[in-house]
Every structure is written in C-alpha cells, then in structure tokens.
Ligand binder design. Structure first.
Ligand SMILES: NC(=O)c1ccc[n+]([C@@H]2O[C@H](COP(=O)([O-])OP(=O)(O)OC[C@H]3O[C@@H](n4cnc5c(N)ncnc54)[C@H](OP(=O)(O)O)[C@@H]3O)[C@@H](O)[C@H]2O)c1
Length: 262
C-alpha cells in the first residue's frame, strides 16, 4: 500500500525517546520530512542522526518545552521556515506524575493540565492555519488507555486525557470542511521508559520486584506481552497517511486487547 507520505511535512512532539521517537522514525522511513522536538537538545541531536541514517525524509530538530507557549510558537515557525508547511501534527508530551486523588496537590493538577491538555490545545491552534492554507492536514493526539478505563493511582492521566477526547471529537466537525482530520490514539502498555518508570513506582509502593510487577501486568493483556514502540508507531503512521481519508474524530486503543469494554 502506498501511504503517500513521501514529501509530507510532520511535526512530532516529545520525540527524543519512546513513542514520539518511534513515530518520527516510521514517518521518516516513509519519506516524510520530520521535525522532532523535546527539551533535551543532545538527545534530539542523537535521534536526528539515527533517523537520518535509516530514513528517506529530512529530519530537523528544535528544542521546545511543551509547557512553554513561546517555545511552541517558535517551534511551529521554525518547522514552517524549514519545510514550508505542516501537513501532520503529532501531539505528545511526557506523562503526568503517578498518584491517587488524596496525594496530588494543586500544583500537580496545574502541571498535568499544562503538560497533557493545554499543550495540545496550543499546538492545534498554532498549526491549523498552515493546514488550512495547504488544503488539509492530520492531527493525531497521543493519550492513554485511561480514556476507556481509569488506571489505578493515575488520577491526573485519568482526568486530562479525557479532555483531549472531547476536544478532538468537537474539532473533528469544526475542521472537516478544511479537510483536517483528527484522531486520538490510546496506548495500553507499550515498552518505553514511561512504563518501566510506572512499574518501578508500583514495585516501590508494594515492596515487590520490577520483574514481578511486569509479569503480573503482562498477564492482564490478552496478547500476553507489552507492545513495542514500532507496533504503536505503525498504526499512527497509517492514520497520518493518505491511505486513511475517511475517518475523523475517533479514538483508537493500541493495547494488545488490554481494555475489555466494547
Ligand atoms: N508507553 C505507554 O505504554 C503509554 C501508555 C499510556 C500513556 N502513555 C503516554 O504517552 C506519552 C508518551 O509516552 P512514552 O512512553 O513515549 O514516554 P517517555 O518514554 O517517558 O517519553 C516522554 C517524552 O516526552 C518528552 N517530554 C517530557 N516532558 C516534556 C516537556 N515538558 N516538553 C517537551 N517534551 C517533553 C521527553 O523528552 P525530554 O525529556 O527530552 O523533554 C520524551 O521524549 C506520555 O504522555 C505517556 O504518559 C504511554
């Protein structure tokens, strides 16, 4: 199948590692030009080198903290300056801190709001004019399986991820006349540093080993294992591509069957 991504311009947020990096890698392999962004410049440089070696498209990087509005504006301007337009926005950020309702503070709530909801709002606002000018585009928001089933001890994720779903569903209708399609993707347990960190947190809280926690977690997944970042990235790449033109506003679980609800 020709995904039609060759020569498309993509901006992938929070892409110095993990899911963002895996998506950037797939897009570059398919011939898209990709701007990668995160806070650690040295990591971004290393990812640029790695992706440029295997891929077809150009790879550029720009340091940006998604909690900083000025950084986001500058990032979008730099991407348009380097590539001419933005066809694909992949919204992503680090995960919010773990914790239950009684533990998290107002500061934690504010942090998670800015990191996991407001940053997505701001990025969409910044890229839509370029997409409209271009005759269309794709916006893909990374959330979590918590949009379907709350995850114990992750009250901040369970709350703010759902805001993204509501916003995206609303925007699907507002942006459809401009041929801008928007999707929400929800990872279950994909093997990245984030998941190791959460498993370690649980191990520390319960006095068990990391291996024990992981085994228990994998047993809850019908496919019996954590997903690989590439498996997640391939689905996202399809949604971002010209092979996917008649879907908008929906949310997709990529979770090995973890969430049982219909
Ligand atoms: N992996 C999973 O199975 C899973 C499941 C559910 C939800 N999620 C969510 O999906 C997102 C990505 O997950 P992941 O597994 O790829 O996490 P990860 O391995 O921890 O990577 C997080 C990325 O976010 C960047 N980042 C963090 N804070 C940032 C900020 N303020 N500004 C810009 N970039 C920032 C980090 O780069 P710098 O440190 O260089 O800035 C890094 O590239 C997270 O929100 C996570 O909670 C993941």
């Amino acid at each position: 199948m020709d995904l039609g991504l060759s020569g498309k311009n993509a901006l992938v947020m929070a892409s110095s590692q993990g899911l963002g990096k895996a998506i950037a890698k797939e897009l570059v392999k398919e011939g898209a030009n990709v701007m990668i962004a995160a806070r650690r410049e040295e990591r971004l440089k290393a990812v640029q080198d790695e992706l440029s070696r295997d891929g077809q498209g150009k790879v550029a990087f720009c340091r940006a903290d998604v909690k900083n509005e000025e950084d986001l504006r500058a990032l979008v301007q730099e991407t348009i300056h380097q590539f001419g337009s933005i066809d694909i926005l992949l919204n992503n950020a680090g995960g919010p801190p773990a914790g239950g309702f009684s533990e998290v503070t107002d500061q934690d709530w504010q942090h998670a709001f800015e990191l996991n909801l407001l940053s997505y709002v701001r990025m969409i606002r910044e890229v839509v004019p370029s997409m409209k000018e271009n005759g269309g585009g794709r916006i893909i928001n990374i959330t979590s399986s918590s949009i379907k089933q709350p995850i114990p001890n992750l009250i901040l994720s369970n709350t703010f991820r759902l805001g993204i779903v509501g916003m995206a569903k609303t925007l699907a209708e507002e942006l459809a006349p401009d041929n801008i399609l928007i999707h929400t993707v929800a990872p279950g347990r994909i093997a990245t540093d984030r998941v190791t960190h959460l498993d370690q947190d649980k191990a520390d809280r319960t006095g068990r080993t990391l291996a024990d926690i992981r085994e228990e977690s994998e047993q809850q997944i019908p496919l019996g294992r954590y997903g690989q970042p590439e498996e997640f990235a391939k689905v996202v790449t399809f949604l971002a591509s010209d092979a996917c033109t008649y879907m908008t506003g929906d949310a997709f679980l990529i979770d090995g069957g973890l969430i049982r609800s219909i």
